[in-house]
Write a protein that binds this ligand. Structure first.
Ligand code: PNS
Length: 163
């Protein structure tokens, strides 16, 4: 069975990677769907996010990276993916995830959402926190894959030099 793991991945964190590794074991094929979300003014372009995800998942053979815009259920249907994968970190994630999965199910009842509990060591990692820590020069090496660390710092160094 093919599953899709959608998200902004701005940038990919160790929490995301944990979910990717585990979901890739459960499903025959895992498609990582990166939302092309200009309205969220992301730190990384969609191509930069595709590249980072391809590099950090290169050791997992059944993972494929694609980007999408529009509705997730339409994209999942086009890919013939019957499962949407999402990670749940804390209770605070639940309300948003519950609303999203219910809405998606009403729009397409053939597509189900499966939740993975984030491993405890990553329960508090989020892309937005990583960006905030990096912006202030903090150490993000415990939160994102090694090759992502420098790319995040580069963005803020570039920002500073442009000011
Ligand atoms: O990593 P994120 O930003 O929490 O992921 C959110 C994502 C991409 C899963 C969600 O915003 C999404 O599916 N967007 C596509 C538009 C859509 O289908 N919206 C209706 C879902 S309720």
């Amino acid at each position: 069975m093919r599953a899709i793991y959608p998200g902004s991945f701005d940038p990919v964190t160790l929490g995301h990677l944990d979910i990717i590794e585990r979901a890739a074991k459960t499903f025959d094929e895992l498609v990582i769907g990166i939302l092309n979300n200009n309205s969220k003014s992301p730190l990384f372009s969609v191509q930069e996010r595709v590249n980072m995800l391809e590099e950090v998942t290169s050791y997992i053979p059944n993972v494929k990276i694609v980007c999408f815009s529009g509705l997730l259920v339409d994209f999942a249907a086009k890919l013939e993916a019957g499962i949407i994968v999402r990670g749940l970190r804390a209770v605070s994630d639940f309300e948003y995830e519950f609303q999203m999965s219910q809405t998606n199910r009403i729009m397409n009842k053939e597509i189900d959402t499966v939740f993975y509990n984030t491993s405890l060591e990553y329960a508090y990692v989020s892309s937005s926190m990583v960006k905030e820590v990096a912006m202030h020069g903090g150490d993000i090496s415990g939160f994102v894959p090694a090759l992502v660390v420098e790319r995040v710092y580069d963005k803020y160094r570039k920002d500073l030099s442009e000011k």
